[in-house]
Design a protein around this ligand. Structure first.
Ligand SMILES: [Fe+2]
Length: 154
């Protein structure tokens, strides 16, 4: 058992999966910064602000995930070279088109939701209510964002 009464082998698996999620969020965050900066067109002000809101939220989640890994007894990765290897989201390069950015964001949330659902299974099995609750919150928030972003694009 570790310091918080969880099975050490199970928390190792959780830390590994959480590090993959952390990497995915870091690439997603950096993509969003690029969208915020480079977007052009009639919806500039609306999208520029929306992208800022999203990356600020991801920044909070990135810190929560890293500190959850530490709480479980693991070590969060912080090198971008690791992030690029582990992330389930790819770098986008330069994006100036709002529709492209919005579709990319919807796909990115679909990916994070999937990783988080997988983490829920593992944390449930490990009796890790802390990680479970965190993942549940993220999933609920991001499912709602997928609905709203999809409605925007309809
Ligand atoms: Fe800005």
């Amino acid at each position: 058992m570790n310091n918080i009464g969880l099975d050490i082998n199970k928390t190792k698996v959780l830390s590994k999966e959480l590090n993959d999620l952390l990497a995915t969020y870091q690439v997603f965050y950096t993509n969003l910064r690029g969208f915020h900066w480079n977007i052009k067109g009639r919806k500039f002000f609306e999208l520029h602000l929306k992208f800022e809101e999203l990356y600020n939220d991801l920044q909070i989640k990135i810190d929560e995930i890293a500190e959850r890994i530490l709480t479980l007894g693991g070590t969060p990765n912080h090198a971008f070279s690791n992030y690029l290897e582990q992330a389930k989201i790819k770098e986008t390069g330069l994006v100036i088109d709002g529709d492209f950015a919005m579709n990319n964001i919807i796909e990115s949330f679909q990916i994070t939701i999937k990783i988080q659902r997988n983490l829920l299974d593992i944390s449930g099995e490990a009796n890790d209510e802390g990680t479970n609750a965190l993942m549940s919150d993220y999933i609920r928030e991001q499912e709602k964002l997928v609905w709203m972003f999809t409605s925007f694009m309809a």
